[in-house]
Ligand binder design. Structure first.
Ligand code: NAP
Length: 460
């Protein structure tokens, strides 16, 4: 894939970028390894100070960065501003809370024959981050903020269609005061990830992206015995029960499916609605989806911008055509508009069955599948039948139903009466084919640390 900025609104290539030559890549890896040696000896207070400075700089440049995001991948400017604000918050969160996450954990010395025993958390060195374009700043930031605070060094291989966001990240951390080589962007194609991951100077990797990319990185990391965190696809269930407020649930469902122009791993994608309220909910949901304004993402009135890439739109169309060809019903949308750019309308389908591809896979665009169920048990059975297990949503006022949902839903995150989202304060991640490991909170920070056990005996 060429490394370039292409407008999703017009399809026009706006800027080309050269890939790193083999010599340039070697130089960057050498610099990262050298930085890791000295950076691990900096104090956590110094590192927190640089993170705070990065937050301030990003806040000052928020409007420019938001426009850059929208230009490169087509999310609405409103959504891009939210993304940048979240990055600022994430940086400040780790600057303030990170030092506490790194405190030594005392053990019971008497029980293990020591005078003192504790666990101390130490950085592991250079970590490779392979990141997707859909939240081009936040995905990379939620790796970078905890990693740098922990004393690790980052090398970022970002998606090929967001090179300006990728290069901005490197500049931000440099200008915030982080030492040379502590955070670098590698403008390389996906096929060169293997070389970087096999390099002995690189100690671990995190990948957010598709299942095939995750499989590839996990296979290589397995051969090299390197730690890897995988944040892969999702097809989150969104269950609506009769006790909920339907208007509120329908508004949330629209946001859940169209967040990020429908291209988020944690979009609600499969909607399970109880039969007693199915007709009423579907009426509200369909009319609200149809009322969304699709258009120029820079326009403040736009709700849904274009898909990020031409191939992304082709994939979405292929899923819908396959389902419709096999008998699914289109209630709203379902047809690309006659205009330049990679637009696809908010779409609602019913009658999706196991013979259709979208039933088992992930549709990365604003296409909702609605299923009518007779009970929460049935909704959970259907929801859990999917290979993914990232987020999940229940709308219910019933405490018994909530308990059952928390206990039985097969997902890394269970949100009740609110849409799945990421916060630096709480862990984020999935189970099953959505990946393994956690990002954010203290758990995310410790993924790439050596929890070193220290045992000290008596002096002679
Ligand atoms: P993608 O094609 O897998 O790309 C993600 C990143 O991986 C890009 O940097 C890409 O580089 C690189 N890559 C692609 N193939 C690779 C390979 N074989 N080996 C190593 N690196 C490879 O995914 P995407 O289309 O950008 O993103 C959409 C997917 O990400 C969806 O499935 C979505 O659910 C998932 N996602 C998951 C989360 C989560 O937290 N669980 C969050 C966001 C997105 P190039 O751009 O150069 O190809």
């Amino acid at each position: 894939m060429a490394i370039q900025t292409t407008s999703p609104v017009t399809g026009e290539v706006l800027k080309n970028f050269d890939e790193l030559t083999p010599e340039q890549l070697e130089e960057k890896l050498a610099r990262a390894a050298a930085a890791a040696e000295s950076y691990r000896l900096t104090t956590v207070e110094e590192r927190a100070g640089w993170l705070s400075r990065a937050a301030d700089l990003l806040e000052e440049e928020a409007e420019t960065v938001s426009r850059m995001i929208t230009t490169e991948m087509g999310k609405t400017l409103r959504a891009a501003r939210d993304e940048v604000a979240k990055c600022v918050h994430g940086l400040r969160f780790y600057a303030a809370q990170g030092p506490g996450f790194l405190r030594d954990l005392p053990g019971d010395a008497g029980r293990v024959g020591a005078t003192k025993t504790f666990v101390t958390y130490q950085p592991i060195g250079v970590v490779l981050a392979v990141m997707p374009w859909n939240l081009p700043m936040w995905q990379a930031m939620r790796f970078a903020a905890p990693a740098l605070l922990a004393g690790n060094v980052g090398v970022l291989k970002h998606a090929s269609n967001v090179p300006q966001c990728a290069l901005y990240m490197e500049r931000l951390f440099r200008e915030a005061g982080f030492p040379d080589g502590v955070f670098q962007t590698l403008l390389i194609s996906a096929r060169r990830v293997e070389q970087v991951l096999r390099d002995e100077r690189v100690k671990a990797a995190t990948l957010t992206g598709s299942e095939p990319a995750g499989q590839s990185v996990a296979t290589i990391a397995g051969e090299e015995i390197k730690k890897v965190v995988l944040e892969l696809g999702g097809s989150d269930p969104f269950i609506v029960m009769p006790s909920t407020d339907l208007e509120r649930a329908a508004d949330a469902a629209v946001r859940a499916r169209t967040l990020n122009n429908g291209q988020s791993c944690i979009n609600g994608k499969r909607f399970y609605v109880h039969q007693d309220i199915a007709e009423a909910f579907l009426g509200l949901f369909a009319s609200k989806m149809e009322a969304l304004v699709v258009g120029d993402p820079m326009d403040e009135r736009t709700d849904v911008g274009p898909l990020a890439t031409e191939s992304g739109r082709e994939d979405v169309e292929a899923y819908v055509d396959d389902a419709v060809g096999k008998g699914a019903t289109v209630l709203v949308g379902g047809k690309r508009p006659e205009r330049p750019g990679w637009f696809y309308p908010p779409t609602v389908l019913t009658g999706v069955t196991p013979g259709m591809k979208m039933y088992h896979e992930e549709v990365f665009g604003p296409v909702a599948q609605v299923f009518v169920v007779s009970s929460l048990e049935e909704a959970l059975r259907e929801a859990n039948g999917h290979p993914y297990g990232l987020g999940s949503n229940l709308w219910s006022e019933d405490p018994v139903e909530r308990e059952m949902f928390i206990r039985d839903v097969q997902s890394g995150m269970a949100f009740i009466n609110g849409n799945t989202t990421s916060y630096p304060e709480i862990p984020f991640g999935g189970v099953k084919r959505s990946g393994y490991g956690r990002e954010l909170s203290d758990l995310g920070m410790r993924e790439f640390m050596n929890a070193k056990t220290v045992w000290i005996g008596e002096d002679v």
